[in-house]
Design a protein around this ligand. Structure first.
Ligand code: PAP
Length: 342
């Protein structure tokens, strides 16, 4: 995508803010009463409905809760940030568009558009369309916790796919992302401060465990509506989980397609290696409605276990211990602290 005119030429900023004040106005009275703590990429995280959010999110959530109208057969992709959103967007787009474009088509939209351009995030869309906060598109995404989703969405026939990732990699990926995208007037956040906040559940979209458990419990209660995927397992056994995903979405692969290697072609098209090496994802930008964001910030290493390069074994074990304790009794298998990166 060509750089929009408002994106500064030769800028090394990863984000350009388009209009900071406009969307907050209708909700200022509510927002000003909410508790705040130190933010990561933004000045504050704001406590709202049992979670902590970057300060831009609560107005968008309120707008979604007031004005969201469901669209038939829409699919919602949900995740805690840095858990595989970009990957899931690409996979679901490729699976559900098989009839329009095969994954080896040289003109496949994923080859010249970043997945975030193809699948918008509801809370960003809501910021610029506060009274009509649902794009007329078949696939949308969100980081909003299950308990704060708009009711018409939960009650509709929309399917929800959630992707979770091990907490240590989520923490490191999010911390590094926040350093890149932080408002330039904010001092860099140290890893020690980020780690402490994450362990205390006071990180953006946290607590991590309540976010994961909300969707996990919904997937147990409404298995036809909510599918729970795991980034680490997708890495380990892509074909099994991509088939599960396609079945769930009502786009199962036929035996002929499986024989022709369609599953593997989709996995290859959506892989970190393919996507991160595309020109659009190396040099392009996309607008999320409010900001222009460089596409390359969504592709760093794409590995399981990179936390080892940043956290001590004790730090990782402590965080994992908290999560194991929180997951106890839920039936959710705790993430294994992998011994090697993959
Ligand atoms: P978001 O929540 O801001 O949209 P999200 O895509 O969930 O971000 O997370 C980005 C992480 O997914 C990055 O992980 P890392 O920092 O540990 O490297 C990014 O590299 C990784 N990622 C992006 N695309 C893919 C992909 N196709 N396959 C696997 N991992 C990917």
């Amino acid at each position: 995508m060509a750089s929009p005119s408002t994106f500064p030429e030769n800028s090394d900023a990863s984000v350009t803010i388009l209009n900071e004040d406009q969307p907050k106005k209708p909700f200022n009275n509510i927002i000003s009463t909410l508790p705040t703590e130190r933010g990561w990429g933004t000045k504050h995280v704001v406590g709202y409905q049992g979670f902590w959010f970057p300060d831009y999110a609560p107005p968008a959530i309120i707008s979604l809760q007031r004005h969201f109208k469901s669209i038939p057969n829409q699919t919602l992709l949900a995740s805690h940030p840095k858990s595989g959103t970009t990957w899931l967007k690409a996979l679901v787009f490729a699976i559900t568009n098989q009839n329009n474009c095969s994954s080896d088509d040289a003109n496949h939209p994923l080859l010249d558009k970043n997945p975030h351009e193809l699948v918008p995030v509801l809370e960003f869309y809501a910021k610029v369309n506060p009274e009509n906060p649902n794009p007329d598109l078949p696939i949308v995404a969100t980081h909003i916790p299950y308990s704060s989703l708009p009711k018409p969405l939960v009650d509709s026939d929309s399917k929800i796919v959630y992707v979770a990732r091990n907490p240590n990699d989520v923490l490191i990926s999010y911390w590094l992302f926040s350093l890149k995208l932080r408002s330039k007037e904010l001092p860099p956040l140290s890893l020690d401060v980020a780690y402490e906040a994450f362990c205390n559940g006071v990180s953006p979209y946290g607590s991590y465990w309540d976010h994961v458990l909300g969707y996990w419990n919904a997937s147990l209660q409404f298995p036809e509506k909510v599918l729970f995927l795991n980034y680490d397992e997708l890495k380990e056994n892509g074909s099994q989980h991509v088939k599960r995903l396609a079945d769930f979405l009502g786009h199962p692969f036929s035996p002929e397609q499986e024989e022709q290697g369609v599953v593997e072609k989709i996995i290859s098209l959506c892989s970190f290696e393919t996507l991160s090496n595309l020109e659009v994802n190396k040099t392009g930008v996309h607008s999320n409605g409010k900001r222009y964001v460089q596409n390359d910030v969504f592709f760093r290493k794409g590995k399981v276990g990179d936390w080892k390069n940043y956290l001590s074994k004790e730090m990782a074990e402590h965080l994992n211990g908290i999560v194991v304790e929180k997951f106890k009794g839920s039936g959710l298998k705790p993430f294994v602290l992998s011994s090697s990166t993959s």
